[in-house]
Ligand binder design. Structure first.
Ligand code: NAP
Length: 245
């Protein structure tokens, strides 16, 4: 039986590439999206043309009922959940003094509650009983070292690291690994607001001299879910071109 992966926020950017990587490795893929329906359908068509197995599912990861329904649908369709990739995320650039309670709550709801909802639902409904599986949570270098004007983003990404390490300890006896991928700057819509000169300046500080590509992240996520990585848990792997060591 093919293994099954759920990837949140998989219609575009890093999540899309992760979905393609797993699909090409023979996984059944649940492509979760929230607002990018057209892009999710396009991705499904690409995978269909390649003869690869996938479904698309609209769910706001901050909404537990929608998440529970998504997990039920995946189990009814594919009969297992082997890998969960919590990739959905939002960013926001603001001075700390301009941040509102609502800004922080939105960040917490998407990043922390989203990861909590999808992970707990998949664990309760399948993974704990199956005593096998991998959870990969997407954080950021800014969750490791902090970013000026991104206090709420950095806070949420640091929380993902704490949650993952604690959960890795709790789930070890159930043979479920929990790891974090903390990318550096990657070329996606999330960085579309930076000007060319800002990006050039940023590149100058990266030892490998370039912004990351979505492929640089997808390969690491896929590795953490594969058999060769069964002894890796509670780790933070940071593909970042060397900007954070
Ligand atoms: P992106 O292209 O903006 O993608 C973000 C994804 O998150 C979208 O697919 C979006 O879905 C999804 N999403 C947001 N809120 C959601 C919600 N409530 N429910 C379900 N899905 C939701 O950005 P990206 O660069 O690929 O980011 C992917 C992950 O990598 C994020 O966690 C981000 O923080 C992290 N990251 C990115 C970078 C970078 O430089 N790009 C660096 C470090 C970490 P819809 O479009 O369907 O709404």
């Amino acid at each position: 039986m093919n293994k099954t992966v759920i990837i949140t926020g998989a219609a575009k950017g890093i999540g899309r590439e992760i979905a393609i990587k797993f699909a090409k490795s023979g996984y059944n893929v649940c492509i979760n999206y929230n607002t990018s329906e057209k892009k999710a359908k396009e991705l499904k068509s690409v995978l269909d043309l390649l003869g690869l197995s996938s479904i698309i599912y609209q769910a706001d990861v901050s909404n537990r009922e929608q998440v529970d329904n998504m997990i039920d649908t995946v189990l009814n369709t594919f009969h297992s959940i082997d890998v969960v990739v919590n990739n959905a995320g939002i960013c926001e650039y603001k001075l700390f003094n301009d941040l509102t309670e609502a800004d922080l709550q939105r960040m917490i709801n998407t990043s922390i509650m989203g990861t909590f909802n999808v992970t707990q639902s998949a664990l309760k409904k399948y993974m704990i009983h199956n005593k096998c599986g991998s959870i990969v949570n997407i954080s950021s270098i800014w969750g490791m070292v902090g970013s000026s004007m991104e206090v709420n983003y950095s806070t949420s990404k640091a929380a993902i690291i704490g949650m993952s390490k604690a959960l890795a300890k709790e789930l070890g006896p159930s043979n479920i690994t929990v790891n974090v991928v903390a990318p550096g700057a990657i070329d996606t819509d999330m960085n579309a607001n930076f000007s060319e000169s800002e990006m050039r300046e940023f590149c100058d500080e990266i030892p490998l001299g370039r912004i990351g590509k979505v492929e640089d992240i997808a390969g690491v996520v896929k590795f953490l879910a594969c058999d060769e990585a069964r002894y890796i848990t509670g780790q933070v792997i940071s593909p970042n071109g060397g900007i954070v060591m």
